[in-house]
Design a protein around this ligand. Structure first.
Ligand SMILES: *Cc1c(COP(=O)(O)O)cnc(C)c1O
Length: 359
């Protein structure tokens, strides 16, 4: 397909989505993100294993949330909504604000005060959303928006909105289209668990429609300080530097367990130290700047490689692992700056500079 004829996930995959001729398509041409071969990680994974990175940070607002938001906002418009609301760890609000702006409707956002990355907050604000910082965590903010949406004519666009999941499942279609079939394994971060639900739904639908021949094993990773699914109970005060997955009581908990069990996969956890290590490996060895929550995928992959997980007998063919990089690194520039040495201040002197760079 030529570049010009791509017009976003709704037009691309309409036969798999709950849309008709009457649905207004509110799009920023989201989706169609690259699946990048990861040479360094493939080598670490071992013989006959190929690792690919689905770089969802290249969506219009810098995260996969756009796939769900294009559909949620389009359907809200079809139903003549004039306002949408969400609770957000950041990316949902950035996306909702942008798509509401295109649609010309009001967007209200509740964020946990002090716990969202600067890039994301600046997006929600510049797109004109009404942003309220709640003194409480994400789970509290979600309870509040659910209550508001139930009582007032405002459409909820968190992933409890089924159209969010429907839109997000298109990422699995793209992966199958790109590889010619589903991968053997998919590794991804798990926060509110909407995305693992969406991918699994997408893989199953593609297989039943004959567009792919198999299903991947789903491997989800939470942060150690925010791992309710792994610990099998809600976490009251979730803590992690990966703010996009700082969630103590996931809305799609049950369907995440279904994805795990039906695919014979697992949901495990990684420490913040492991996430930061993966964050740097991704940037330094693969040339990709992803936000910390996305690096949880890579931390999980490394944990599984180190434990020998992929050494179990696989098919004779090459084994393909896809890791989902959910959001762009520029979302959280403060985290990046905390993870590196600051540039050295130097006088504008050729000799001094050459000495510094080793010539
Ligand atoms: C929303 C988000 C997640 C978590 O996705 P869930 O559907 O809540 O599990 C992970 N990474 C990034 C960058 C996100 O924006």
């Amino acid at each position: 397909m030529s570049r010009q004829s791509y017009n976003g996930i709704i037009r691309e995959y309409k036969e798999f989505l709950p849309v008709d001729e009457k649905t207004p398509v509110i799009t920023l041409n989201e989706g169609n993100t690259p699946l990048i071969y990861a040479g360094h990680l493939s080598k670490l994974a071992g013989k006959n294993i190929e690792v690919y990175l689905k770089y969802e940070g290249l969506n219009p607002t810098g995260s996969f949330k756009d796939r769900g938001m294009t559909l949620a906002i389009s359907k809200a418009c079809q139903e003549r909504a004039t306002a949408v609301i969400c609770a957000s760890t950041g990316n949902t609000s950035a996306s909702a604000a942008a798509y509401a702006a295109v649609a010309g409707i009001k967007c209200i956002v509740l964020i946990p005060s002090g716990a969202i990355a600067l890039g994301k907050l600046s997006q929600a604000l510049i797109h004109g959303a009404r942003v309220l910082a709640v003194k409480g965590n994400f789970d509290k903010a979600l309870d509040l928006v659910k209550e508001i949406a139930a009582k007032y004519p405002i459409t909820l666009v968190n992933s409890l909105n089924p159209f969010r999941i429907e839109g997000q499942k298109t990422a699995s279609f793209e992966i199958c289209d790109h590889l010619g079939d589903a991968p053997d394994f998919q590794v991804m971060p798990v926060g509110n668990a909407g995305n693992i639900t969406a991918y699994w739904k997408g893989y199953k639908e593609y297989k039943s429609s004959g567009k792919s021949s198999k299903l991947p094993v789903m491997l989800g990773f939470q942060a150690e300080g925010a791992a309710p699914i792994v610990r099998n109970k809600p976490v009251k005060n979730p803590e992690t530097i990966a703010t996009a997955i700082r969630i103590g009581n996931p809305a799609s908990w049950k369907s995440a367990l279904e994805a795990r069990d039906e695919s014979r996969g697992l949901i495990d956890m990684v420490s913040d130290a492991a996430i930061l290590r993966a964050y740097k490996i991704l940037a330094e060895k693969e040339g990709i700047f992803a936000e910390p929550a996305s690096a949880a995928s890579i931390a999980g992959l490394l944990k599984l490689i180190e434990s020998g997980y992929f050494k179990k007998p696989l098919s004779e063919n090459k084994c393909r692992i896809v890791c989902i990089l959910t959001g762009h690194g520029l979302k959280d520039p403060e985290r990046a700056m905390k993870s590196v040495k600051k540039p050295k201040l130097i006088k504008p002197d050729l000799k001094a500079i050459l000495k510094e760079i080793g010539y």
